[in-house]
Design a protein around this ligand. Structure first.
Ligand code: EPZ
Length: 444
């Protein structure tokens, strides 16, 4: 089992650069199924989730490899496979995003339903509603969506759900509509930067899309999409996590390679908590207060506070002066981190869809276990701020969504050792680093 061993109490300082966005890169990789020619995706983070989707795309007839300059190269070499296996979709929900492209390009798809996960109910009814509206015949059989469509036809689709829109649902329907006949209007669309980035990628391939970043996206179907080179936006969630790591340790640091406009809500909360923040073109500098002020926040769809930062904000609230309240209006059950944060000395009480937090002076080091990867980030942040040593187990959850977070925090002065089956790595310098190609070279 992989674990982090953290010596807490060190204020972070220095400069660190964020990686490309996981949640932008994954739907783009799936959308490469639409291209008639090679796709070069730059700035794709090196993550377990990327490797999982790579495995699935290879099984779907796509040659996927990493070039010497780090770009992910994708090219359809066999247009026949349409089966996306349960144990891959179960491992990484975003792989459900192959459904729309397979239907649009191959007219058939057999894709496993994603199943549940630790952050709450993860239905796909809006995905299926949108694809059915485009003319796909969809049946559920033994845990799989069995879909076929001679030719998708443009229509009007509303993707509003009980907790806002659906990000990957918008990605699935958008990726299908670009090759449909005629005009498609998606109302209640997700407006997240990752969806805007996917749409810009599709436009670069030759798609005709207007309204990205608004609730109403209009698509005019085209006959074919070309391969293209494209650079993925920075990961705003990783950037927020690094800013919060600095805030919980009372440090001062600069996060570079970001789009500050993607982090407005997070910066606002950090200022409310007492941090001084300055934003440049591609960087944000934070000077945290020694002890944060209490916060009263709710995670919401973009441009609100991201639900993927809610656990990390709860960790900050644990150290605040007074009583804080943290809600999650996207995933009302996304509170698995509470029990483990309380084992580190937090005083959090779950009351329905909110967490009530009474601030304490500091966390106390302990052994804790991660449940989902944003919750594991919250435990790492608490360990950084804790007295003494903290061990965070099951770091594989963290590696799904953060590219070597231990190394990045190490560059900011944190003392983190990663242990994996007896191999000890201190802040990224290991006695047994496995190097070599990210993926075996493509064999044309
Ligand atoms: C995306 O998940 C992200 N994942 C999640 O990030 C993120 O937390 C979430 O959007 C919300 O921002 C990727 O982009 C790969 P949703 P997604 O469909 O698309 C309900 C991370 O940490 N809903 O936008 O699966 C759903 O129950 C991950 O990187 C329906 O009701 O989330 C939820 O309450 C975790 N019916 C809300 O909508 C549907 O068909 C938002 O879900 C789909 C969703």
């Amino acid at each position: 089992m992989t674990a982090f061993h953290i010596t807490g109490g060190i204020p972070l300082s220095g400069t660190v650069r964020v990686a490309g966005s996981k949640n932008a890169a994954l739907p783009m990789m799936a959308a490469a199924l639409l291209a008639e020619g090679p796709v070069h995706l730059h700035h794709v983070p090196r993550l377990a989730d990327v490797r999982t989707l790579t495995q699935m795309l290879r099984e779907l007839g796509v040659c996927v490899c990493r070039s010497a300059d780090g770009a992910v190269l994708l090219e359809v070499v066999d247009p026949m496979p349409v089966h996306a296996r349960y144990d891959l979709v179960r491992r990484m929900r975003a792989s459900f995003c192959v459904l729309g492209p397979l239907l649009a390009r191959r007219g058939r798809a057999v894709v496993s339903l994603p199943g549940g996960c630790n952050i709450g109910d993860r239905p796909v009814d809006l995905h299926l509603k949108g694809l059915a509206a485009l003319g796909a015949e969809l049946r559920l059989r033994r845990g799989y969506v069995v879909a076929r469509a001679k030719r998708l036809r443009g229509t009007t689709i509303d993707l509003s759900g009980p907790h806002g829109s659906t990000v990957t649902g918008t990605a699935n329907v958008l990726s299908a509509a670009v090759l449909a006949t005629g005009e498609t209007t998606i109302t209640g669309a997700a407006v997240e930067p990752e969806i805007v980035d996917l749409g810009n990628f599709l436009i670069a391939m030759g798609a005709r899309i207007v309204g990205l970043g608004t609730r109403t996206i209009r698509i005019t179907g085209v006959g074919r999409l070309e391969g293209v080179a494209y650079r993925v936006i920075p990961d705003r969630i990783e950037a927020a996590t690094l800013l919060l790591a600095t805030a919980v340790t009372g440090g001062s640091a600069t996060v570079t390679g970001v789009v500050p406009g993607h982090l407005t809500a997070v910066v606002e909360v950090l200022r409310t908590a007492g941090s001084r923040i300055e934003s440049g073109d591609d960087r944000i500098t934070i000077a945290a207060s020694t002890r944060p002020y209490a916060i009263d926040v709710a995670a919401e769809p973009y441009p609100g506070i991201p639900t993927d930062v809610q656990a990390q904000l709860t960790a900050l609230a644990c150290l605040a002066r007074g009583r804080s309240v943290v809600r999650d209006r996207v995933f009302p059950d996304r509170f698995q981190h509470i029990a483990e944060l309380n084992r580190l000395g937090g005083r959090i009480e779950r009351r329905g869809a909110k967490a009530v937090v009474i601030g304490v002076r500091r966390f106390r080091g302990a052994v804790v276990t991660a449940s989902d990867f944003r919750a594991s980030a919250a435990l790492v942040l608490a360990g950084l701020a804790a007295e003494g040593r903290t061990t965070v187990r099951r770091i594989r959850h963290l590696d799904r969504g953060y590219q070597r977070l231990d190394e990045k925090l190490g560059r900011l002065g944190a003392r983190i050792a990663r242990t994996r089956k007896g191999v000890r790595t201190v802040c990224g310098k290991t006695n047994n680093m496995v190097s070599g190609p990210f993926y075996p070279a493509c064999h044309k």
